[in-house]
Design a binder for this molecule. Structure first.
Ligand SMILES: Nc1ncnc2c1ncn2[C@@H]1O[C@H](COP(=O)(O)OP(=O)(O)O)[C@@H](O)[C@H]1O
Ligand SMILES: [Mg+2]
Length: 304
């Protein structure tokens, strides 16, 4: 346990909500009953694109994520964050080191993972509900069951839409939805096959600030309800601190973890939390670490 915050008041003056006290308890994971088993284990992993003469994206990268934990990864642009996502899901295989998910070595693409990226990439010719059901057509055992149990799966997809506030929009085409609504649908598609691990690569990066905060609430509540493990890559430090149980800061390329920060604010976390001094102290601490990492970034045109 790294910090202990007790009752505190908000430091944002305007608005009735801002005057409500926010309880900032630093929760010891052991006492909170959070499972302690590692669900994702990455040890000493090195990956170079284009072989030994190519670009070393990550080098001797070691990190692990507990089962049910919400982990966030931040770091300078080009430091290997998306590479880390590809490695963990088996889309690329490292030259060196070991990656295991749920106790099994990763040797190829995993189907216990749901993924969402910045671009929702919903298929424009499919209605929203049909887009959400796409993984069920591919992933076992659903692909085999889908035809016979269609009604059951449609009900599941509709329940997901309700959960993210898109109830009634299933028959709309993606281009009839706003950017925020498309990203909600994207989260539904990532979660429809009930994966144990959700990988999010800058999923809210293209949204305006208000929509992004709404989506934070959506993912916070989904995680609370469904208890999956999350790895979120983001360049938004407030997003990382608000959502995560632990934030990993990566160095400039070749990426490795230079700071691991437990974020112990109790859950559920109100959005007001993001205006407190305690919250912003952590954001500043992370920002300084990233500024150091960026200072080490090789200049464009250098041979590195
Ligand atoms: N398929 C690829 N082939 C060659 N180089 C790549 C490839 N993907 C990424 N890279 C390089 O690897 C480094 C890390 O990339 P990436 O993991 O996308 O970083 P981030 O997501 O942190 O911005 C960058 O220098 C990038 O140019
Ligand atoms: Mg990236």
């Amino acid at each position: 346990m790294t910090l202990l915050y007790n009752e505190t008041s908000l430091h944002q003056a305007d608005g009735a909500a801002a005057k409500r006290p926010v309880k900032l308890a630093q929760v010891d994971p052991a006492q909170a009953g959070r499972p302690q088993t590692d669900f994702v284990e990455i040890s000493d992993v090195t990956l170079s694109y284009g072989g030994d003469e190519g670009v070393t994206a990550v080098e001797e990268l070691t990190m692990s994520v507990r089962k049910g934990e919400f982990a966030a990864v931040v770091g300078p642009s080009g430091c290997g964050k998306s590479t880390l996502m590809k490695l963990t899901t088996g889309l690329v295989i490292p030259q060196k080191g070991r990656i295991a998910v749920d106790g099994t070595m990763v040797r190829g693409p995993l189907d216990i993972v749901g993924m969402a990226f910045q671009n929702p990439s919903l298929l424009p010719w499919r209605r929203t509900l049909e887009n959400i059901m796409l993984p069920l057509e591919i992933v076992a055992p659903h692909a085999q069951r889908l035809r016979k149990h269609k009604a059951e799966y449609v009900a599941r997809a509709e329940a997901m839409l309700d959960l993210v506030g898109l109830g009634g929009f299933g028959s709309n085409y993606p281009w009839q939805l706003s950017g925020g609504m498309q990203q909600r649908a994207n989260l539904c598609r990532a979660l429809i096959h009930e994966p144990g691990l959700l990988m999010l690569d800058e999923p809210f990066g293209a949204l305006d600030a208000f929509t992004r905060e709404e989506l934070w609430g959506v993912i916070r509540d989904l995680h609370q309800k469904k208890k999956f493990t999350v790895v979120l890559v983001t360049h938004d430090l407030r997003e990382a601190v608000y959502l995560a149980d632990r934030v990993f800061v990566m160095s400039a390329r070749p990426g490795r973890v230079v700071l691991e920060r437990e974020i112990g604010f109790e859950r559920p976390r109100p959005i007001d939390l993001t205006y407190t001094v305690e919250f912003n102290d952590i954001v500043h601490e992370l920002r300084e670490k990233i500024a150091e990492a960026r200072a080490d970034t090789p200049q464009i045109g250098s041979k590195d």
